[in-house]
Design a protein around this ligand. Structure first.
Ligand SMILES: [Cu+2]
Length: 686
């Protein structure tokens, strides 16, 4: 059988993979299970013929003597069968589960949520990517919405090819992704951003900046070239409206190719990250806070002046699209369609004789989190897809805080002291941004770690005791990364950001950079990439770099009462300094202040910044009443967003633009071909 569609060729690359529908290979067994279930249903649906064939008169045979054991056996089988159909959870939890290695099924449920148990485990396959030459992956994605119960509470979520979260992309550096996105919805516009990847501006996926949103019924092809210089954990997510908050996201893992190349582009075994760091397998964890109401309702609540600019506190948290929620904790004023939930937490079903690279993404809308492991130790490899300095600290079992948009990779191994065996992971939501109590939320949640499918319920009642912890904000990049950092920048810019509740905005909270709150370009309704800067509307605050590739220092002063995780599109930046003030505004202007605020010229000999401790990231948490000094090489031409990754802050304008290598006079657009002359975009929803 030959593959006719180009998209099938990708999966056919896998050894022995047959041509099939557009489903990633890690979904194949689930498809198989579904098809078996479906065929079983079909068989059940097939009723008896309506007309019984005429019975021919039969000779009556002599009856055998009654056999009571047979009657009892049949009755027992019938009873067991009836129990199975009425309470399958009893089978799954107590009998069949352990036999099938499904010891991870937790708790009882009155209803089994098939959708939530579909794919909590995302096991990656670096061996399919690190030893081969670059290829092009063709993917067709259909975006829809559907009702799901990720944590037992019914919610309409976004689906890509019927999946929530969306399909996981695995590739290697140098691959190309050709992704045709079809918006099959009637209301929501779509734009997808490839977070952390240095892609050309036209495929960055920021609606109103680098593209028109994909209108309902329309489609758009993202031709994403994965840079040869980038590998690590990334993710994709919606960048139009607030649909990211309702689940329009997925994992994107770019494996580093093995270092030794051989003839015909094939790579020799060895020289891969698996060998370099001594791990055997890879798992992806997409962890984030979760709201039960639709994200647009949550945003409306935040903008309501009666809520005084307090950020809405999430209701729950999800790991790979599943969570656990106690229906009894639902807020009375906001009744929920909630079903006691059978959670499949097989995302951490481990083999005791293997070590794992765990790739973690904070997919949440507001909160950061830390991870604690009970009997395992972790070794941090990367943050934001960049190698970090390897910590000399031993016996580390806590890492964080990972803020929205950020990623971290670490190797997880059983601790020699604690021994092997069933264990647990605690996700601890950072409550710094939670300004009021949401009784529905359990901010610290324990999830079992199974070994060979076996957990220990007693272990699940223990909060892991912290042996040693890593603060990812304090960890510099590796020496080879720091070697690329120049002593001085070519140009310096200073900006100020704050959330303000002003009378002219009816006291609703809006985020500002300098004096501008960002709104999607609307007058005219053309993405900024296709519009000369002189024609941008009044809602666009930007700075321009250039000419050519330049090193840029960006000093971001956060005058706000809260911290913000800022993300730069299309580039990574070195964090040179971060400061939080205990008094005053804590701001820093290098054009006026000889020494960075908060630093002492006598006790801090490295002036003005300690470059040996810099960290290359694409998202940085800037403290309240403080600042960060960011240095980046502005070498990717285009219009790039720099914005807070808290969804509610981005949606209320906490964003600005960096025009990289644009026309100094602002008279020429970067790429007017995005829209033919005279055309405009379909409108974004308010
Ligand atoms: Cu923010």
């Amino acid at each position: 059988m030959t593959c006719r569609s180009p998209c099938l060729r990708v999966f056919a690359l896998r050894k022995g993979a047959p041509c099939g529908p557009l489903i990633p290979p890690d979904r194949r067994h689930e498809e198989l299970e579904l098809s078996i279930m479906e065929s079983q249903k079909s068989r059940r649906r097939r009723g008896p013929p309506t007309q019984e064939p005429p019975q021919s008169p039969k000779q009556v045979a002599p009856q055998p003597p009654p056999r009571p054991w047979l009657t009892w056996s049949l009755a027992t089988v019938l009873l067991l069968g009836l129990t199975y159909f009425l309470r399958p959870d009893i089978y799954l939890t107590n009998w069949i589960g352990p036999l099938l290695g499904h010891g991870h099924l937790q708790g009882l449920a009155d209803d089994i949520d098939q959708e939530a148990t579909l794919r909590p485990r995302i096991e990656l396959h670096p061996e399919h990517h690190v030893y081969r030459a670059p290829v092009t992956h063709y993917l067709d994605w259909r975006v829809t919405t559907g009702q799901r119960r990720p944590d037992g509470v019914l919610k309409e979520v976004f689906l890509i090819n019927d999946l929530f979260p969306g399909p996981t992309i695995e590739a290697r550096s140098g691959d190309t992704l050709v992704i045709t996105v079809i918006n099959s919805m009637t209301e929501h516009p779509v734009a997808l951003h490839w977070h952390g990847l240095h892609v050309p501006n036209g495929v960055d996926g920021a609606a109103a900046v680098s593209q028109c949103p994909i209108a309902p019924g329309a489609q758009y092809v993202y031709n994403v070239s994965l840079p040869a210089t980038q590998s690590g954990t990334f993710w994709y997510h919606a960048h139009a409206g607030v649909s990211r908050g309702d689940g329009l996201y997925g994992g994107l893992v770019v494996h580093a190719p093995a270092s030794k190349s051989t003839v015909r582009g094939l790579m020799a075994r060895g020289g891969s990250d698996l060998d370099r760091y001594g791990y055997d397998k890879e798992l992806l964890l997409l962890i984030g806070d979760w709201y039960h109401p639709p994200a647009e309702d949550v945003l409306a609540w935040y903008k309501n002046p009666g809520n005084f600019g307090n950020e809405p506190v999430p209701d729950s948290l999800l790991v790979n699209g599943v969570g656990k929620f106690d229906c009894g904790m639902a807020v009375r004023a906001r009744p929920l369609d909630c079903i006691p939930h059978l959670m499949d937490s097989s995302f951490l079903n481990l083999d005791p004789n293997r070590s794992y690279r765990i790739r973690v993404v904070n997919t949440g809308s507001l909160g950061g989190f830390s991870l604690d492991f009970d009997r395992e130790n972790l070794e941090l490899l990367q943050v934001d897809s960049v190698d970090v300095e390897r910590s000399q600290q031993k016996d580390v079992n806590r890492v964080g805080i990972l803020y929205p948009g950020q990623r971290m990779d670490f190797v997880l191994r059983p601790s020699a002291k604690e021994g092997k065996g069933p264990s647990s992971m605690m996700v601890e939501l950072d409550q710094e941004c939670f300004k009021y109590m949401n009784p529905a939320l359990t901010p610290d949640q324990l999830f079992p770690i199974y070994y060979n499918g076996i957990s220990d319920p007693d272990r699940m009642t223990l909060v892991p005791s912290i042996r040693n912890k890593l603060n990812i904000q304090e960890i510099p990049s590796s020496a080879s990364i720091l070697a690329t950092l120049p002593e001085k920048a070519d140009e310096t810019h200073v900006v100020y950001t704050k959330i303000q509740k002003m009378a002219r905005n009816n006291n609703s909270p809006y985020g500002y950079f300098n004096m501008t709150t960002w709104k999607p370009q609307s007058d005219p309704l053309v993405p900024l990439i296709a519009l000369p800067r002189e024609n941008w509307d009044a809602n666009q605050f930007s700075l321009t770099t250039g000419p050519g590739s330049r090193w840029v220092d960006l000093v971001v002063n956060n005058l706000d009462e809260g911290p913000h995780p800022f993300h730069l599109h299309g580039h990574h930046f070195f964090i040179l300094a971060i400061h939080e003030s205990t008094f005053g505004w804590g701001s820093y202007n290098p054009f006026e202040d000889p020494v960075p605020t908060g630093f002492d010229a006598e006790t801090d000999p490295a002036q003005p910044y300690d470059l040996s401790r810099a960290a290359l990231r694409d998202t940085v948490q800037i403290p309240s009443r403080g600042y960060a000094v960011l240095r980046f090489r502005a070498d990717n031409p285009g219009i790039w967003l720099f914005h807070c990754h808290i969804l509610w802050h981005l949606a209320t304008g906490m964003a600005m633009l960096i025009d990289v290598q644009g026309d100094p006079a602002g008279l020429v657009a970067h790429d007017a071909s995005v829209l033919p002359a005279g055309e405009i975009c379909p409108p974004l929803r308010a």
